[in-house]
Design a protein around this ligand. Sequence first.
Ligand code: SF4
Length: 639
Amino acid sequence: MDNGLAGMALRINLTTCEIKRMPTDEKLFRHWHGGRGLVAKILYDEVPRNADPLGPENIFILSTGIMSGCYIPAGSKVEFGSVSPLTNGHGDSNMGGHIGPMLKFAGYDMIIFTGISPKPVYLYIDNDTVELRDASKYWGMGSLDCERQLKKDLGEDFEIATIGPAGENGVLFSCITHDFGRQAGRTGQGTVMGSKKLKAIAVRGNHSIRVHDLSSLKKQVTAIILRTKKHPNMEPWQKYGTAFFIKWSNDNAVLPVHNFQTTYYEDVDKIDGDQLVEQCLITHKACFGCWMNCGKYTKAVIPGKPVVHLEGPEYETGALCGSNLGMKDINHVAYINWMLDNLGMDSMSSGGVIAFAMECFERGLITEKDLEGHTLKWGSVDDVEHFLDMVAHRRGIGDWFADGSKRAAKKIGHGSEKFAMQVKGQEMSGYDGRWAPGMLLSYMTADIGAHHNRSWTITVDLAEGRESVEGRAKIVVYLQHIRPLFDTWCICRLFWGEVDVTLEEIVESLNNITGWGVTVDEVLRTSEMIWNLTRCHYVERNRDNGRAFDYPPARSWEDKIPSGPGKGKGVTKEQVEQMLDEYYAARGWDKNGNPTREILEDLGLSFAADNLDKIGYLGEPIPGGIPPIRGEKYKPKAF
Ligand code: SF4
């Protein structure tokens, strides 16, 4: 195949241990572009709407992208997907490292797992040899420990993805770990893997990927390499990774501090990128085909604790497990990062859940008695260590928090829902949106719950005025079409987006790889199609108007920022409603946040319109026809 595909797909029934090989469905790939797009379509088609996300009817997918593993920079990603146990909607999450490209080199574009294995297993792939193998020996091991052991047992040249005890025990925000520190963290994909008793995936392959026009691709990519090498952004990303952003966020009043109570952290100098490099850095690390090497291989040294080695903390972990927990030593942040990696818990949701629990403790809503005699104070790494052990093993009150902050707040009561900082059950990323309204709207409307990577607007918020919310919806919609494309093609946005490579150039690479001859407008339309399908999936599963699910917790509008450069700032409830109205209008949805037949048919999704119609949640027809933003695209400088 001269189109960037590896050529084969696998369907594995874990209940019966049956492994089926089939040729990759090229038409399906062409229509949905692989990665996130393909995951969205398969989940929509195959998972019954009433299926328990942790039951046998949920499916678990690995999908490589059409561009991953090819002769391009940072074609390193792989997408995981299943209905999320955290949000009860379409769930996906991706990771870098090397396993995505390796899966293609072994000959496979996609793996679909169904059913539940009767005993712990891992998937072994060595080119044409594909086997489910007994994993009893590895069950119970930490993610990092398991990866190390599997490499010892199988060979260093295998690429391995694992889950830890949290995924085995059904913690709803469990992640998948690979390359000793790369995670598919969001939406509980590790939880689904654990529910299927699938401990790990080990892959080795040595086939090559054929592309449509190698000589044009080489010429184009070489020019991009020579140009981006000299880009001024390259050096800070290479030196600090994303960690240098902590100070920037503090200066710009978006850093989450003490469970998003404020956005200003006096001790920021103790946990920022400088400290990471000075105190913890051992060496730099990169994913397949990338020389931005944003990964930082580090150690954490704390008197009285073992010295631990890890990758990170990058920005999100640094913010959510640093300032958000009141940590005052970068080694403590790194140690928490290591614990989470080995337990197999998403460090973003975990940071949100721990901070929520700390605020509950501060307010007396949970006590030392609930915490087996321990406290849970801001800045205490020992308290966090004990609390995480309770959560990962669902012990005592840890069982409540293992279900995420939204569900824990329901059990705790006393108005704690107001400060459980999540949307749709998924905890917010490391930015406070009260004085960055576009960012708040991004969290509110992201199809997988509050996640920055669907749309990140803070530089636009800064440039266009932080007090006004007008016009912000269009930007969010536009970015929600661009950013997820990286997860669809399985290339790294950080590389392509931060050194001024244009969308036109990326589409040219796509065409050189595939021969599809697509345009920028066409790929944006594909992304819009995917976005609408995941929305329909969410509404169909949760059976209420879409608007009901799009609100952030009340802290977002009730509490103004109390300190620092953002003191006194914040959006009002009216502004939140205004942003939602403008957002739905820009999408061509009705006021209830439900997609209409007009927009769905226009995107080729009439089957989804029929399904919404059947359950009574099809949007009201739009007066005056379809008004979406396609014709008047807002083009921010960066994406
Ligand atoms: Fe991996 Fe960082 Fe390179 Fe992206 S920029 S491919 S995350 S090393």
